[in-house]
Design a protein around this ligand. Structure first.
Ligand code: SAM
Length: 250
């Protein structure tokens, strides 16, 4: 059996219990070595065969998964964060489907929530925004034009920008077409890792701060007024508000 597993953002304790149980029992482990904390696979069996997919092609990865499964082994394909977000998991699953190979997906804690936890913020503040946009800026690979940062910025929602910190000047320029320049923005590098870095600022000064902090990769750019301090309290815990599980109190 093959399991695609979300390893979480970095801290080895942020893999799910289910994911860790599979890693512990796996005979074959293929992990994304460029981003997955190696501590995640420290719990493996001594006999487990380990492959780092960072230096492998899609075909090579599939060959290892396929051969392992055909030999009746337990195979763990370990992705960073959650595999459904920039995980290139779909192309692997489609080939396995074509070959009639069964697999399961175990989700993980994505780095965008790891980053929010690192700075202790809530994306969906009442009276501010109820929408979270996950995106990236185009670089060596494209993003559909209708999803340009400028067009997404029009919503002034909470935005999490992956894979783009090395282009921070351009990210800021595009966001500033719709977010006021006073909008708060946070850059979190290696959220939940021991060497995590946090830089806070506004659209006006964040690019310089990021460069001064020498952050050029593996970072989340979080932007929006959810990073500020003005919001309404939630109705869920409002004593005058009744719902399925609680009546309004005087
Ligand atoms: C290929 S994507 C994988 C995303 C992953 N599947 C997830 O759910 O977080 C890699 C990008 O995710 C972000 N990333 C991954 N781990 C991170 C972390 N611990 N802290 C901040 N950003 C991270 C960075 O933007 C990085 O360039």
């Amino acid at each position: 059996m093959i399991y695609f597993i979300g390893a979480g953002p970095g801290d080895p304790e942020l893999i799910t219990v289910k994911g860790q149980n599979i890693v512990k029992q796996a005979d074959v482990i293929v992990y994304a070595g460029s981003l997955v904390n190696k501590g995640i696979i420290d719990c493996r069996k001594e006999t487990a065969a380990v492959y780092n997919s960072a230096s492998m092609t899609l075909e090579e990865v599939i060959e290892v998964l396929y051969d392992g499964e055909r030999a009746g082994k337990l195979v763990a394909r370990v992705h960073t964060g959650d595999p459904s977000i920039y995980g290139a998991i779909r192309e692997q699953m489609d080939i396995l489907d074509e070959k009639g190979i069964a697999y399961e997906v175990i989700p993980g804690v994505s780095s965008f929530v790891g980053a929010a936890a690192a700075i202790k913020k809530e994306f969906t503040l009442p009276g501010v925004t109820q929408t979270v946009i996950l995106t990236r800026m185009e670089g060596r690979t494209e993003v559909p034009e209708k999803e340009s940062l400028e067009s997404l910025a029009q919503h002034q929602a909470s935005m999490c920008i992956f894979l783009s910190v090395h282009m921070i000047d351009e990210v800021v320029r595009r966001l500033s077409t719709h977010y006021p320049v006073t909008t708060p923005i946070a850059v979190i590098q290696k959220a939940t890792w021991e060497d995590e870095k946090i830089v806070l600022g506004t659209l006006e000064d964040i690019a310089e701060k990021v460069k001064n902090a020498d952050i050029g990769k593996t970072a989340q750019i979080l932007v929006g007024d959810f990073l500020g301090n003005n919001y309404e309290k939630s109705k869920l815990y409002d004593k005058h508000f009744s719902h399925e599980f609680r009546s309004a109190k005087e």
